[in-house]
Design a protein around this ligand. Structure first.
Ligand code: TYM
Length: 343
């Protein structure tokens, strides 16, 4: 191997699970940034990771609905299926096939350290599916099947992306090749970790039992406004520096949400609202959120009227994704020593 790492052309890949609906966290931490990446002109590949979703039990009818609704969310948020490749994971066999190779590269000790597995499996790890444990190897396969170089995600996926880098490096090392790129996580912006509206120390999540803790992209204007007005805060007005919010997680979260929705920095928000109480700030935030999210919500509902069209878009995306991933998988098999018949 040469000393200078091989340069791979820039290609962005990311995925979202179709388990439950989309939250404001998914939107600001991921979707909105996926649209920016697409609009910047880099090649973008976005995936509804249905094989990841089934690592915990999913009702089949609900899974189908959630996958289509997620596709509608991508498109409503600004993903153009002509410019980005948009598809569901299970339609491209290379993901599952490459995941098997990576199951044989990743080490038990690496996977045992994954905090998402510990959180999701909880105290009952013995009863968790093998798929839930092996999940990060499938995630590495999602990315590396395309030789993707950059992966925009929220903060909670950082550890999985470090594992993806470890898997790529170990594969390259074990086989003496520079076949897989060492991917760069792209964790940027004001809202890489949107917190619960009820508890500023917990991540906003679709699995939180309290619906008041999150904003769903399917919430109507009244629900969005009500949830933001009732969001937990403290009695102090907003300070004039961001540092002064260090011990005020709920206030900091609302400032970050405002900044991300308005495409400004948290410092700009503070400059605008220093000295104002939440009686002023929360209604302003609610108006901004409704303004930005209501059109997405309306467009999602419109797109969901025609699921055949959504399925067609996903099928088309899968064919384009397959055309990239299948040759990479074949080369990988060849490197490993698996015989491919001449075709
Ligand atoms: P998932 O489906 O849990 O979340 C999708 C994306 O949304 C981000 N996100 C958040 N960002 C900020 N604040 C929050 N509260 C918040 N909640 C979620 C996540 O960081 C993520 O970017 N394992 C992944 C899916 C996946 C994937 C991949 C991602 C599978 N294969 C390959 C990238 C590349 C997951 O469960 O994301």
């Amino acid at each position: 191997m040469s000393d200078t790492p091989k340069a791979f052309p820039p290609r962005i890949f990311s995925g979202i699970q179709p388990s439950g609906g989309l939250t404001l966290g998914n939107y600001l931490g991921a979707l909105k940034r996926f649209v920016q990446a697409q609009d910047d002109g880099t090649e973008t590949i976005y995936c509804m990771v249905d094989l990841h979703a089934i690592t915990v039990w999913q009702d089949p009818a609900k899974l189908r609905h959630a996958t289509r609704e997620l596709a509608a969310g991508f498109i409503a948020a600004g993903i153009d299926p002509a410019r980005s490749i948009l598809f569901n994971q299970s339609q491209v066999p290379a993901h599952a096939e490459l995941a098997w190779i990576f199951n044989c590269v990743a080490r038990m000790g690496w996977l045992k350290r994954m905090t998402q597995f510990k959180d999701k499996a909880g105290k009952n790890a013995e009863n968790a599916s093998v798929g839930l444990f092996a999940y990060p190897a499938l995630m590495a396969a999602d990315i590396l099947a395309y030789h993707a170089t950059h992966v925009p995600v929220g903060e909670d996926q950082k550890q999985h992306l470090e594992l993806t880098r470890d898997i790529a490096a170990k594969f390259n090392h074990d086989f003496g090749v520079e076949f897989f790129p060492i991917v760069e996580p792209v964790i940027e912006g004001a809202a890489t970790r949107v917190m619960s509206l009820r508890d500023g120390t917990k991540k906003m999540s679709k699995s939180d039992p309290s619906d008041m803790s999150r904003i769903n992209l399917t919430d109507d204007a009244d629900a969005i406004a009500q949830k933001l007005r009732k969001a937990r805060t403290d009695p102090e007005p907003l300070p004039d520096t961001l540092d002064a919010l260090a011990e005020r997680p709920e206030a900091r979260n609302l400032v970050n949400i405002y900044a991300a929705l308005a495409d400004i920095t948290p410092e700009d928000v503070i400059a605008q609202y220093a000295g104002q109480g939440f009686g002023t700030f929360k209604p302003a935030l609610a108006d901004l959120a409704v303004d930005k999210l209501a059109p997405i919500n309306a467009e999602m509902s419109r797109l969901m009227q025609d699921v055949a069209e959504i399925d067609r878009i996903l099928g088309d995306g899968a064919a384009r994704a397959n055309a990239i991933a299948q040759p990479i998988l074949e080369q990988c098999y060849d490197i490993v020593g698996l015989i491919r018949a001449a075709r």
